[in-house]
Design a protein around this ligand. Structure first.
Ligand SMILES: Cc1cc2nc3c(=O)[nH]c(=O)nc-3n(C[C@H](O)[C@H](O)[C@H](O)COP(=O)(O)OP(=O)(O)OC[C@H]3O[C@@H](n4cnc5c(N)ncnc54)[C@H](O)[C@@H]3O)c2cc1C
Length: 321
């Protein structure tokens, strides 16, 4: 079977969950080989093997930490020409999409972004599902020219274990001068929240304009904490400055696909739905029974969120207790 390259996302050597999702999708197309940039591969081997990685290409240089995305795209282009893989799978993060675009240009290939599913088509090539127009239309696409370069939406594929050898293959790689024109001059660690990462969380609680103010939005955080969830927000909230833009869900914000998405005081505009419609189960709390969010909700509560949410938090507390 042909190799399928998977660009690992990791943080300080810890394999991110999306990497295990990419490995699961890659196994449907061929034999997965992880591409690991920077240090930490040795410590991650066991996890990568658990999800079926047969090889781990390790480029352990400083180029990846000191420069932005260009060296990763160059490394992948180098491995594509050396290994002739059937496809390259990359996480659908902002960085991943940029790497994918650059790799597509370098290799003269087609790129499919934001895949919510990847399977092998009848001819064995990658067939990708994408949820378009806010999830109203599900499109099946495949790359017709060159290599299939695919970015996969985090949380869209359920990771499945399957043993692999995870044989480490050291790669000698030095980024070109062109890839080093923009340099990272300093880094600042983001303030660590006790909550899970918005795009990786299994549960997301999002609040909208119905919360009324920054103070009113606190009830969303309380519900999220009761559920061990990440906090999201509609654009109405982030534009009003009630919550930071980094937490905006939707067309111009983050795309999430958790097991459970609670939309609280959110009307369900198409641009919001674009970022959350593929969530597995959707709960809506809204005082307007005609709110469009109820069209896509699995469970809905018509009521004032300031009455409903505290009761919900109470009930969760009782069940936990
Ligand atoms: C190009 C473009 C890109 C956009 N990108 C995004 C995006 O990425 N993400 C995004 O979210 N939006 C985006 N928008 C904006 C989008 O069109 C909506 O304006 C926005 O989603 C509305 O946010 P909302 O649902 O919080 O507010 P509203 O539409 O005002 O809805 C508030 C809801 O709260 C309910 N409510 C009020 N009070 C209560 C209460 N006490 N209890 C219960 N329910 C209550 C109301 O019934 C209403 O349904 C974009 C728009 C454009 C044009």
């Amino acid at each position: 079977m042909a190799e399928v390259l998977v660009l690992a996302e990791h943080s300080g050597g810890t394999v991110k969950k999306v990497t295990t999702e990419l490995l699961t999708a890659a196994r449907r197309l061929g034999t997965p080989s992880v591409v690991w940039t920077g240090p930490g591969a040795e410590g991650a081997r066991e996890k990568l093997a658990e999800f079926g990685a047969e090889k781990v290409y390790v480029a352990d240089g400083t180029d990846f930490a000191d420069y932005v995305v260009a060296p990763k795209a160059e490394l992948l282009a180098h491995l594509v020409s050396a290994a002739s893989p059937a496809a390259v799978l990359i996480a659908g993060s902002a960085e991943g999409k940029e790497v994918a675009g650059r790799l597509a240009v370098k290799t003269g290939s087609g790129v499919l972004t934001d895949a919510v599913d990847v399977v092998a088509g009848e001819d064995g090539t990658a067939l990708v599902s994408q949820a378009n127009f806010g999830g109203a239309v599900n499109v099946h696409s495949k790359v017709k020219s060159g290599l299939a370069i695919i970015t996969v939406r985090p949380n869209a594929v359920t990771p499945e274990v399957a043993a692999g050898a995870a044989e480490v293959v050291a790669v000698e790689f030095v980024a070109s001068d062109a890839a080093r024109v923009a340099r990272v001059t300093s880094r600042e660690a983001a303030a660590k929240s006790a909550r899970p990462d918005l795009q990786e969380a299994q549960i997301v609680v999002s609040g909208g304009r119905g919360t009324g103010s920054a103070d009113g939005f606190a009830v969303i955080e309380q519900l999220a904490d009761a559920l061990g969830a990440a906090v999201g927000a509609s654009r109405a909230v982030t534009d009003a400055g009630w919550y930071p833009h980094a937490f905006q869900v939707g067309q111009t914000g983050k795309t999430v696909s958790p097991q459970l998405y609670a939309a609280v005081g959110i009307s369900g505009a198409i641009q919001h739905r674009a970022g959350m419609q593929t969530s597995k189960t959707i709960i809506a709390i809204n005082k307007d029974p005609e709110a469009p969010i109820f069209e896509i909700a699995d469970f809905g509560v018509v009521g004032d969120l300031f009455t409903v949410v505290p009761q919900l938090i109470d009930e969760i507390g009782k069940r936990k207790g």
